[in-house]
Design a protein around this ligand. Structure first.
Ligand code: 8YV
Length: 321
């Protein structure tokens, strides 16, 4: 009997595959600098039993129609907005994600953006390297304090809670908004539930960690930014499409809000000439929330465990249900 085939849509280290190579025929897209072309992916899934996909791969009806042997698609992310879950269910393709293993790393990055924007780290780095540091002045590159300020977390899931824990370590007050109340976070982290509008107007730092859905699409729009403090800082580590980027650009350009730290964008990779790229008060990152060596390895190992279990007739460890 031939081995089952698993296709991986990006290059990953061979050493992660070694434990399974006797039983599985792994194929992957080897070119690091470019994503797998859609026609190649559609061809590869035709005889694949398993797939490891990334957020930028659309696992949609068309792909699922091509993938007649596919039993499982393991998404290398906690989010799965790139996947047509209903279509996968209909085709009886199991979808898995990578919750928990990336929680703390992604919260670290959220906090890194918060600190970088509040203390103007990127501007300061550019300033010194551009040889602009000729004198010391009392308010040279003065930012805003972080400690003892108020953070407003929109989306109090696992990552939201991990951010709240960090914020408490900085002596911050924590406000949150979520579909449902989180009693554990309220008791253990003194997180205070509030409605969205109040969070926007009270928080010094507004952090979006909310999953993308029809309700959260563009929830940070012109009216949301108007409600924020002029000293307010907006951080987005969830999905670009939770934000109206034109409205955010206007709010930053006109100093309606002070700064933004953005790890995610409506279109990824974002274009170099995108208006947000022109602003000194926007710190922008290429979607690296979970990108530590340790966490990306843990995420890949989890994808592989899910695939091996399903191909051996077992249950996936972290199914999307
Ligand atoms: C992804 C993310 O892991 O987990 C998510 O939902 O947004 C990131 O951590 C990364 O973009 C790789 O797909």
């Amino acid at each position: 009997m031939s081995k089952p085939k698993v296709y991986i849509t990006r290059k990953i280290p061979d050493k992660l595959l070694h434990p399974y190579m006797n039983d599985i025929d792994f194929r992957m897209w080897e070119k690091e600098g470019e994503p797998v072309p859609r026609d190649v992916l559609l061809e590869e899934v035709k005889d694949a039993d398993g797939l490891i996909s990334m957020l930028s791969d659309a696992i949609d009806q068309e792909l699922l129609n091509h993938a007649t042997r596919l039993k499982i698609s393991a998404n290398l992310a906690v989010g799965f907005d790139n996947i047509d879950i209903e279509a996968a269910k209909e085709k009886e393709v199991i979808i898995t994600n990578t919750p928990d293993v990336l929680t703390e790393t992604t919260a670290d990055l959220g906090f890194a953006l918060l600190m970088a924007t509040a203390r103007r780290i990127v501007e300061a780095n550019k300033y010194i390297k551009n040889d602009q540091w000729k004198n010391w002045a009392p308010y040279l590159l003065a930012g805003s304090d972080i400690h003892h300020k108020t953070i407003g977390i929109v989306g109090m899931g696992r990552i939201g809670e991990a951010i709240a824990r960090r914020a408490r370590g900085f002596g911050m007050s924590v406000l949150y908004h979520n579909r449902s109340r989180k009693h554990k976070a309220e008791e253990e982290l003194q997180a205070v539930y509030t409605d969205f509008d109040n969070l926007l107007s009270e928080a010094d730092f507004v952090v979006s960690v909310v999953p993308l859905s029809s309700e959260t699409h563009k929830m940070f729009d012109a009216s949301a930014f108007k409600k924020m403090k002029a000293t307010g800082i907006f951080i987005n580590i969830s999905r670009g499409a939770t934000v109206d980027e034109e409205a955010l650009f206007e709010a930053l350009k006109t100093k309606q809000i002070t700064a933004a730290g953005l790890d995610v964008f409506v279109e990824e990779p974002i274009r170099k000439d995108h208006p947000l790229m022109t602003l000194d008060n926007a710190v922008c990152l290429p979607h690296i929330g979970s990108a530590s060596e340790e966490t990306r390895t843990a995420m890949l190992e989890l994808c592989l465990e899910n695939i091996v279990s399903v191909l051996n007739g077992g249950k996936p460890k972290t199914p999307v249900e």
